[in-house]
Design a protein around this ligand. Structure first.
Ligand code: 3SK
Length: 513
């Protein structure tokens, strides 16, 4: 539950418990090599924990992971946790310079890396002051070790390390849309907290469910969808090793028929853009979908539900809070909003002086809940700014409507004033996306040299649509007809794609530049 006992190792709860309770034969994972039962997963986890101990890692030392989604990801992650070692899953889409920074910053002694990522990662390994062992999931190079060999040589029984619920269990690096990645420290108790509050309380995941998260396991959102929630109750997770391109995702939906699917808004929109994709060509048993990463445009949610017959629960979470803390609820989805606080979490909306704002007034969202990280690694000032007592500042602007639903208005630093009125880029983008030729849009402030800011839009059109001045003028008129005239984009640029973080957030700062 949300309050585990003081002596608590999350791996015994999420991994070992299934065999202990007699359902170790259930399928835990289906990956590219086939199904893995909970008993098999437990053995893999034990072998991975023993392999790390055999390399000299001890309780509280750290292991970095740059791994694709497969059974070996949870093996290393939970094996480390069971042994009291702290795993640090890292985004597999980063560049060499990011890996150089993160590996030095986190001081892991061991790195486990998937072979296809070595070209990007290897140059970052030279002169790493703390790293002494590189393990490759695949074919190792000289001075590297093979994960398969280490697992085969390791023992299959492992005593859990004597951790407490308040011990650090793992770190994640916040991707952020700006700045250098920061290490985010999470405790053993945070895993059952998200499983209980969101997994059970909102998603209603059941042991019979098959869940497929297009969001990868290194991302807090994918970590919850693809490990914490299914493993909390003995359900099945489907892993896709490569990039979650629309075709690859559709192929998984067809082949594995998941009942629950998790994606990001761009992916939902891209799948919908192809008329051939519909419930018959996907999973007819799909009963619930989750969207996070950024706000889901109203039209995308509505069209998905009409086409695939399953509601999309749009929610908002963060790496700092580990998973979703504001969400729509099954049976009462209000598309275009982030819904209400997840049970167990509370939120406040405050102005620049930290005073609570009224209903329908825009304020910064603060959240308080049982999975808030303990802080950023070695970033005291940033931690003091973000974590204030029980409250975590999200940097997101929201307002709450009369029904208690929260409406996203943009990042605190993305909002701007036009003719004295606050403009939320998100509101203008939502208006543009409602046009049937627009796939995606990003809006930023632009100053044409008169020191006055006005909205400028970058638009990606759907396949088969052609950019033109006439279409730009049509889009301007379309927006004016829907939202306050002052907010319409004075300039429209057509792009092939928008700059985004690996986790799907639009990098507006790149468009502002
Ligand atoms: O971006 C989000 O909405 C999110 C959701 C769950 C976990 C982590 C993140 C960043």
């Amino acid at each position: 539950g949300v309050h585990p006992p003081r002596d608590y190792n999350a791996a015994t709860d999420f991994i070992d418990r299934h065999g202990r309770e007699g359902h170790g034969g259930r399928t835990a994972i289906i990956d590219a090599d086939g199904p893995v039962s909970y008993d098999e997963l437990t053995e893999l986890v034990n072998r991975a924990g023993n392999a790390l101990l055999a390399l000299g890692l001890r309780q509280e030392s750290r292991v970095a992971m740059i791994m694709h989604d497969s059974r070996r990801f949870p093996a290393v992650f939970w094996g480390a946790i069971k042994a009291g070692i702290i795993p640090i899953p890292i985004n597999t889409l980063l560049r060499t310079s990011d890996y150089r920074h993160i590996l030095t910053d986190c001081r892991a002694r061991v790195l486990v890396v998937s072979e296809p990522l070595l070209d990007e990662v290897r140059p970052a390994l030279a002169e790493q002051p703390f790293l002494d062992t590189v393990i490759v999931d695949g074919q190792p190079g000289r001075d590297e070790q093979s994960l398969a060999d280490l697992l085969a040589a390791a023992g299959s029984d492992l005593e859990p390390a004597p951790t407490t619920a308040d011990d650090v269990a793992f770190w994640l690096y916040s991707s952020g849309s700006t700045g250098t990645p920061k290490g985010v420290l999470h405790l053993h108790r945070h895993l059952p907290a998200t499983a209980e509050c969101y997994g059970r309380g909102v998603l209603g995941i059941e042991p019979e469910d098959v869940i497929f998260s297009a969001a990868k396991l290194f991302f807090a959102y994918g970590l919850g969808n693809g490990m914490t929630f299914p493993f909390a109750i003995g359900a099945t997770a489907v892993y896709l090793p490569g990039r979650p391109a629309p075709d690859a995702v559709m192929a998984v939906l067809r082949e594995h028929q998941p009942t629950i699917f998790g994606g990001v808004p761009t992916l939902y929109a891209a799948i919908l853009a192809d008329d051939a994709n519909n419930r018959d060509s996907a999973s007819p048993v799909l009963r619930r979908c989750i969207s996070a990463g950024e706000a889901l445009p109203k039209e995308v949610g509505e069209r998905w539900q009409a086409r695939f017959g399953a509601e999309v629960l749009d929610g908002v979470g963060s790496t700092e809070m580990l998973h979703i803390f504001l969400s729509n609820r099954p049976g009462r989805v209000c598309y275009g909003t982030s819904g209400e606080p997840v049970p167990g979490y509370s939120v406040r909306l405050v102005d620049e002086s930290d005073h609570e704002v009224g209903q329908e007034e825009i304020g910064e969202l603060l959240v308080n809940g049982p999975s808030a990280c303990t802080g950023y690694w070695n970033r005291r000032d940033k931690s003091l700014d973000t974590f204030q007592g029980h409250w975590t500042r999200t940097g997101d602007k929201y307002y709450r409507d009369a029904e208690g639903c929260y409406h996203y208005c943009g990042r605190t630093d993305d909002m701007f004033k036009v003719s004295g009125q606050w403009v939320s880029p998100f509101e203008v983008e939502s208006a543009l996306i409602a046009h049937d030729q627009v796939l995606e849009a990003a809006v930023v402030p632009h100053d044409e040299g008169d020191n006055l800011l006005k909205p400028r839009a970058f638009v990606v059109l759907k396949n088969g649509c052609t950019a033109s001045d006439d279409l730009a003028a049509e889009l301007q008129g379309f927006v004016k007809a829907r939202i306050a005239t002052v907010k319409y984009p004075r300039w429209i640029d057509f792009l092939d794609e928008l700059p985004k973080t690996a986790t799907g957030k639009i990098q507006r700062f790149k468009l502002r530049a």
